[in-house]
Design a protein around this ligand. Structure first.
Ligand code: FAD
Length: 286
């Protein structure tokens, strides 16, 4: 099933999982998927380490395929194009197709330290056009409520986002954010720019301080005072911090659903316990 069709019926709930770093530990993700299945998500997406080579592709591919065919949940395979030649991209797409994957989150990937590796795609939009011209995959793209960190402004970033939807992206998933007002302003600007595909809000329950520091460094997202105060208050008490993070995420999701969001994409960090607690609090609202 093409996941873009799900939005016609309901507020979509999707989860994101990642392949474990050690290739011999891939099986551990299946217990996570089995637990997430009980929450009846509309789809589960699987990340893909940019520049990770064949083994990374294999892990994403086999997990996405198992989610769809063994667990009966629609899946999305992420595909970052940085460093890929057209031949390599074709090779990977053929393998996705042969495995029955129907949905791809087409990404550029982060530029590695020391400059971009040589590849045939400068932007995610180039990959989207490349796939659209050759294949029938449903194509999803990433978006950034506070602007992508390399972008000179949110508006410039939205201009580039429109290139992705014009190239064939049929739905968008946002980077995590902790202040819903950024998301609402972003939505308004997208609609003014005639970006009219469904936009899912990316929500990450941040359950430890290291994660917060990493997120801020990597994505440059704003941390509201309320968020910082909660995290600081409980930073030495892991269980309280986890409960506070769940409560914060639930608060964000309740507000987003009340405001008519197209969907919620939960960055599960492969933690089904947290996903379940959040699901229990919001599933009647979906
Ligand atoms: P692009 O859309 O190419 O944008 C990158 C920058 O280039 C932006 O500043 C944009 O404004 C600018 N730009 C875009 N198009 C043009 C153009 N035509 N002309 C000029 N400038 C342009 N990374 C991974 O490695 N693996 C993953 O699995 C993964 N999953 C992700 C899932 C989600 C939901 C999100 C939000 C991000 C994910 N990422 C992942 C991170 C992503 O790869 C990085 O954020 C990366 O820096 C940008 O990727 P993009 O696809 O948004 O790039």
């Amino acid at each position: 099933m093409k996941t873009c069709d799900l939005f016609k019926k309901k507020t979509v709930l999707s989860f994101e999982v990642f392949p474990p770093k050690r290739t011999d530990a891939v099986d551990t993700v299946y217990s996570t998927v089995a637990a997430l299945k009980e929450l009846a998500p509309d789809f589960i997406s699987v990340t893909y380490g940019a520049g990770g080579g064949r083994a990374t592709c294999d892990a994403t591919l086999s997990i996405a395929s198992a989610i769809k065919y063994e667990y009966g949940i629609e899946s999305v395979a992420h595909l970052p194009c940085i460093g890929l030649t057209k031949e390599e991209a074709t090779n990977q797409l053929e393998r996705f197709k042969a495995a029955g994957i129907e949905n791809i989150l087409a990404l550029r990937g982060d530029i590695p330290e020391g400059g971009a590796p040589s590849g045939d795609f400068a932007h995610a939009s180039d990959l989207i056009s490349f796939i659209r011209e050759r294949y029938d995959f449903n194509l999803i793209a990433a978006c950034y409520p506070e602007g992508h960190h390399e972008s000179e402004s949110v508006l410039a970033d939205i201009h580039n986002l429109k290139i992705k939807t014009d190239a064939g992206a049929t739905q968008l998933i946002s980077q995590l954010f902790f202040d819903n007002d950024y998301f609402y302003r972003f939505l308004e600007r997208c609609r003014l720019a005639n970006i009219d595909v469904p936009i899912e809000a990316g929500i990450m329950p941040v359950a430890n301080k290291k994660q917060i520091e990493r997120m801020v460094t990597l994505c440059g997202v704003t941390l509201p005072k309320k968020f910082v105060a909660t995290m600081t208050r409980y930073e030495d008490n892991p269980e309280a911090l986890r409960d506070a993070a769940i409560a914060y995420a639930v608060d964000q999701i309740v507000d987003l659903i009340a405001q008519g969001v197209d969907g919620i994409h939960l960055y599960t960090m492969n933690n089904p316990y947290i996903a379940r607690r959040i699901h229990e609090a919001v599933y009647r609202l979906l």
